[in-house]
Design a protein around this ligand. Structure first.
Ligand code: ZN
Length: 541
């Protein structure tokens, strides 16, 4: 017999425009059976023959549809759960970074690798790269490897350099640099392919270890109110196939407490296709999503491809990853094959290149309702009608709104200057022109915290307290859509997710206050009280 539950005594924000509010929800198994008054829910339970339902009294709390992060890295992020957090969210100085690494090193035997992530040279007081000496000060017995926040740079201590056999005599790999001092000695900083090569030395946990880290990470997601997420990079490490089998195993055992739309990295996609995987295949819990492409890097790493020079680096615009011809060809092929294209583009030159390739693909292989996703889309440029062209293509951007807070001041002063920074992540303009867009954390690049991201979209406050581009702020209701109704559209799941309606999955997030009515600058302070996935409570404060 399917279990029945009634959630009562609640302020329900349904996100269903036909019936925006309610006070009770009846759930049968994993599906919503009734939305309305308490009396309606009770009479449904009495007449449905399901026995006496469990009654959950929410004491006046607010219920919103289960939140969906449309671009994060739950797989890579769970592996990083065993690494030191060196980001500027946690650390303000190199001393803080050293303390984080030291705490982890203390738990490891000499000789075992100590890894860290997120070091941000322009985000901490010291304003410089790490050196091997900074890391040797923590330990010379453990090899230490720290990733830069961009993912494209890394730092090693002398023990790690020794294991990587990097000396003053080692030449730079193609497409990479082993940074050296004036005397020709390696400083510990590795760039691009030198960093990617060194990464191959790092140990990966075994399947059981990966499963344990993933379960912990899923619980972290649930605690922030998330019931679904996209994974923006399955296949980023060699553990990709393990993750898929673990997701499927948890799903079959009814233990997967988050729904995942898993996008496969394009380099790995041919292998996955050989194994029989296809876009959209899977269950309500784990589904193979689209194919993930990159056409530039990050603005704060100065690798975002721009149409005009970087603010404090005249003459520098960085470069596209693929020449236009090649991207055109690859997107035409993906479009013809019916694949869901998920493409990373931060700078306006990357956005321009992506739109040209998608326009050509649509012209050559017309398809209805593509919903290709433009991930980040931070510098959509009005001079090139990017917003209008995105709308015409039916592309759904997922904006990286957290940038306004974490990097907004530096975008204004260092990277792109005040004029371009004010229209970074142009939510207001997009809305005005009628675009549908979602938003994301890109965890572990910024913390998983959908309420904080919604807060950023509404307030656009930087770390220093400036409002960056006040005209681009949007209302709490529009901001909430980026994690509910509009996020559901990104994975073609609007029939089952995104709003609280009869027949949809019972994915619910219970909050201490109402996003739509609190003072907007306090949205980030709202507490998540309970998270429900398919009728099952997976988190309770
Ligand atoms: Zn990402």
């Amino acid at each position: 017999m399917t279990t029945q539950k009634i959630f009562v005594n609640a302020n329900i924000v349904t996100m269903d425009p036909d019936k925006p509010t309610a006070e009770a929800i009846g759930v049968s198994g994993d599906t919503i059976s009734v939305v309305g008054t308490r009396a309606a829910a009770e009479s449904w339970a009495a007449n449905s023959g399901g026995g006496s339902p469990e009654i959950i009294d929410l004491n006046g709390a607010t219920v919103i549809p289960g939140l969906i992060d449309s671009h994060s890295h739950i797989t890579a992020g769970s592996l990083w759960g065993a690494h030191a957090n060196c980001s500027s969210v946690t650390c303000q100085s190199i001393e803080d970074v050293q303390a984080q690494i030291e705490a982890l090193a203390k738990q490891k035997e000499p000789g075992q690798w100590v890894m860290g992530f997120g070091y941000d040279d322009t985000g901490i007081a010291d304003m410089r790269h790490l050196t091997y000496a900074d890391l040797d000060a923590v330990s010379t017995e453990h090899p230490i490897f720290i990733s830069h926040v961009s993912g494209h740079l890394a730092y090693m201590n002398s023990k790690a350099l020794e294991l990587a056999e990097i000396t003053s005599a080692t030449p730079n790999p193609s497409g990479g640099e082993i940074h050296k001092d004036d005397a020709g000695e390696p400083t510990g900083l590795l760039l691009e392919n030198a960093a990617f090569d060194a990464r191959k030395l790092l140990p990966l946990p075994d399947r059981d270890g990966i499963k344990e880290l993933l379960l912990k990470k899923i619980a972290d997601y649930n605690a922030t109110g998330l019931t679904s997420t996209h994974d923006g990079g399955i296949g980023l490490s060699s553990s990709g196939p393990n993750f898929i089998s673990i997701f499927n195993e948890l799903d079959n055992a009814d233990q997967l407490n988050i729904r995942v739309y898993g996008n496969i990295i394009m380099q790995a996609w041919p292998e996955y296709k050989k194994l029989g995987f296809g876009c959209g295949q899977g269950s309500n819990y784990f589904r193979i999503g689209g194919v993930k492409w990159f056409q530039d890097g990050s603005i704060q790493g100065l690798t975002g491809a721009l149409l005009d020079d970087y603010h404090e680096k005249p003459g520098w615009r960085s470069e596209l990853i693929y020449p236009q011809e090649q991207l055109n060809e690859m997107f035409c092929e993906a479009q013809a094959a019916g694949e869901h294209i998920i493409v990373h583009g931060n700078g306006d030159a990357a956005i321009e290149s992506i739109l040209q390739a998608l326009e050509l693909a649509q012209e050559k292989h017309p398809r209805e309702d593509n919903r290709h996703m433009l991930i980040h889309c931070q510098m959509a440029n009005p001079a090139y009608n990017h917003i209008e062209r995105i709308i015409a293509l039916g592309v759904i951007p997922s904006y990286f709104i957290n940038h306004i807070y974490y990097w907004g001041d530096r975008h204004k002063d260092i990277f792109i200057g005040p004029e371009r920074a004010a229209r970074l992540n142009p939510l207001g303009s997009s809305l005005e022109k009628g675009m549908i867009f979602s938003a994301h954390s890109d965890y572990p690049i910024t913390p998983i915290d959908p309420l904080f991201t919604i807060h950023c979209a509404v307030n656009r406050l930087t770390r220093s307290g400036d409002v960056l581009g006040p005209d681009e702020r949007i209302s709490p209701l529009e901001a909430l859509k980026t994690f509910t109704t509009h996020a559901a559209l990104c994975s073609f799941e609007e029939d089952t997710k995104g709003s609280i309606e009869v027949g949809k999955l019972a994915d619910l997030t219970v909050l201490s206050d109402d996003i739509l009515t609190v003072e907007p600058t306090t949205i980030k302070d709202i507490q998540v009280l309970r998270t429900v996935v398919g009728g099952k409570t997976v988190f309770e404060a």
